[in-house]
Write a protein that binds this ligand. Sequence first.
Ligand code: NAP
Length: 273
Amino acid sequence: MTGWPVTHSRSPMIHGYWLRTLGLKGVYEKFPVEPDEAVSFFSSLKSEQPEWTGGNVTIPHKEAAFKACDTLTGEAQRLGAVNTLWVKDGQLHGANTDGAGFLANLDQRAPGWDRKTGKAVVLGAGGAARAIVLALVTRGMVDLTIINRTRDNAERLVDDLNIEADIAGVHDLSKVLKGACLLINTTSLGMTGEPPLEIDLAPMKSGAVVTDIVYAPLETGLLAQAWAKGLTPVDGLGMLLHQAVPGFEIWFGQRPDVTSELRALIEADLERV
Ligand code: NAP
């Protein structure tokens, strides 16, 4: 796992749990890489074989990793960002598994979420929002509205991904939420140390799913409100756990499960900080 910083990454704990419970040999370690050294770090990876099979990339290196790859999955190609790397046949391969992790989390925690009728509203237009919007479109969501503090960033997202989506301003939030069946917060608002997300979920459709990709705290103000209003809240920890599955399967040859035991392990660690 590389990024800058990587001190608080839970990925070693997640992959360490799977290595242990599946009885596999291997290690998963953190490699902090300063921004100035990212290009040379990624270009050196192919020569690290066979000791190095692959790894994850987090901010701010996802774009540098993308540029270093010889081969990319369709999602990584469209997103211009890579969070999973591996070497095969002398080539550096890159994938972006954030969208798959997001969908798998909703499938597990709110089954049938994608069969509800109504619009989906995405708050935010950063790197995570890109992966999530692309995943929603791929899953067949056609009625999609993006709201972001900086409207230009939402417009760039829609242009870059070449998708159909409405863009609305923050002041239109209440109007946009009317009748919505899915709300996703992809901004950092509500995270420990960040300002709260100011929102009233009252206009949403009954039974709507509300998910926050912020997972520290696990129950954000947004999710607490969804719970109190009888909506279906889904926290962001599952996305983190599920996005790790494809990488582990590629590197170690076995598809791991996102179990309640793994979730409890990471939850306990989040509570310690
Ligand atoms: P990013 O690329 O920096 O995007 C940040 C987004 O938040 C942008 O839309 C930005 O709006 C918005 N924002 C930031 N501060 C704001 C404020 N004060 N008021 C209104 N909007 C604000 O970050 P990212 O990589 O997408 O990550 C976003 C969050 O998702 C982080 O908290 C990250 O930890 C979390 N995350 C979770 C997972 C998971 O697996 N659960 C995966 C990835 C990320 P502007 O465009 O106006 O700047």
